[in-house]
Design a protein around this ligand. Structure first.
Ligand SMILES: Nc1nc2c(c(=O)[nH]1)N[C@H]1C(S)=C(S)[C@@H](COP(=O)(O)O)O[C@H]1N2
Ligand SMILES: [Mo]
Length: 332
């Protein structure tokens, strides 16, 4: 079904996916000789023969998620969407989680992710560095459900019932110093648990960042669950970001470190392809990606497209964050 939807896209998926750029460049730069490049240079389909290698540790049976009783959380009616929620099956079969492969169908591969024990470190410009287990962090927070739009830079979109807590609450918990200007969120790095990290598809670990003003905006959300349950692994369990006015690559998954700095951090996609992806990455239909239009978006599970909206429809909440910044590349 999804394949048929993808065929109906105005732009072929291959032209719209960041990996297309990178895999091409990789074969030019490395000539297929460097670590992992032999497989990668063949393109996405062959790259993930890497994943069938059989040298991964067999998955140990898993205990039930200890946070399951926290779900479903009460819906916060202030955050809603027009139109239906994207069916869960369409969401969990069309993902970007390069730690588990560059195809969209990585749910099975992502089962290698182990979400307990899971520790989150707080580092950098904080009163006192600390580490906290995810279940202790969850106990310190009040979970709520919010319906959010999600817009990938590849011109597809979803409507998701996330559960979590405001990033602002995470900031309060971390107690950053007054000198902190940015929050930096990092994914784990463990190639045994994430075979994609065995090759240089991206610079690992995946890193994203926000200004303190963005992070403490009411919309910025730390996600721990979706569809009334703990977060499925493929969506970035047990802790991911959702900043719905920005392109999806900002919403980093499976976070293990939260740090605070006074310098704009090097973020994963902006570091890899600075001509195509930036730090701000705010959604804007009028600013095309260098290789495709952003004017419309495929809504997963519907087989149809709709017009893209500036700030993905959240301009009333966030446009003021960027006043006086018209010289910055706010929309890529
Ligand atoms: N660690 C990590 N986080 C990531 C990614 C990734 O590959 N690795 N992909 C990003 C991109 S491009 C998007 S669109 C969203 C996808 O989230 P979803 O799979 O839950 O829809 O996650 C973002 N966060
Ligand atoms: Mo994305």
């Amino acid at each position: 079904m999804l394949i048929r939807h993808r065929r109906s896209w105005e732009i072929p998926e291959r032209d719209a996916t960041p990996e297309h750029l990178f895999l091409n460049r990789r074969s030019l730069v490395a000539g297929g000789a460097a670590l992992g490049a032999g497989a990668l240079a063949g393109g996405p389909a062959r790259a993930f023969s890497l994943f069938g290698g059989g040298d991964a540790a067999p998955a140990a049976p898993e205990a039930p998620d200890p946070s399951a009783s926290l779900y479903p959380a009460k819906r916060n009616p202030a955050y809603t969407i027009s139109g239906p929620v994207t069916p869960e099956v369409d969401n969990t079969t069309y993902n970007n989680f390069y730690e588990y492969g560059t195809s969209k169908n990585v749910s099975a591969a992502a089962q290698m992710l182990r979400v307990r024990p899971w520790t989150v470190k707080f580092t950098g410009l904080v009163e006192k560095p600390q580490e906290v287990g995810i279940d202790d962090l969850l106990k310190a927070m009040t979970l709520e459900e919010r319906l959010y739009r999600h817009r990938c830079v590849e011109a597809w979109a979803m409507q998701v019932p996330w559960t979590g807590f405001p990033v602002k609450k995470l900031v309060d918990f971390a107690k950053p110093l007054g000198s902190a200007k940015y929050i930096v969120l990092k994914t784990f790095k463990d190639p045994k648990m994430a075979p994609g990290q065995r090759s240089f598809i991206l610079q690992w670990p995946y890193v994203e960042g926000l200004t303190m003003a963005e992070a403490t905006n009411d919309l910025a959300f730390m996600v721990t669950g979706a569809y009334g349950k703990p977060l499925p692994k493929v969506m970035g369990a047990p802790l991911r970001l959702a900043v719905p006015w920005k392109y999806g690559f900002k919403s980093v998954k499976s976070i293990v470190e939260v740090s605070f700095t006074d310098k704009q951090p090097d973020t994963t996609w902006a570091a890899l392809a600075p001509d195509e992806y930036g730090f701000w990455a705010n959604v804007n239909p009028a600013v095309p990606h260098p290789r495709w239009s952003q004017a419309t978006e495929e809504v997963l599970g519907t087989g149809s497209r709709r017009p893209t909206v500036i700030y993905n429809g959240y301009g009333d909440e966030v446009a003021s964050l960027y006043s006086g910044m018209s010289k910055d590349r706010l929309f890529m």
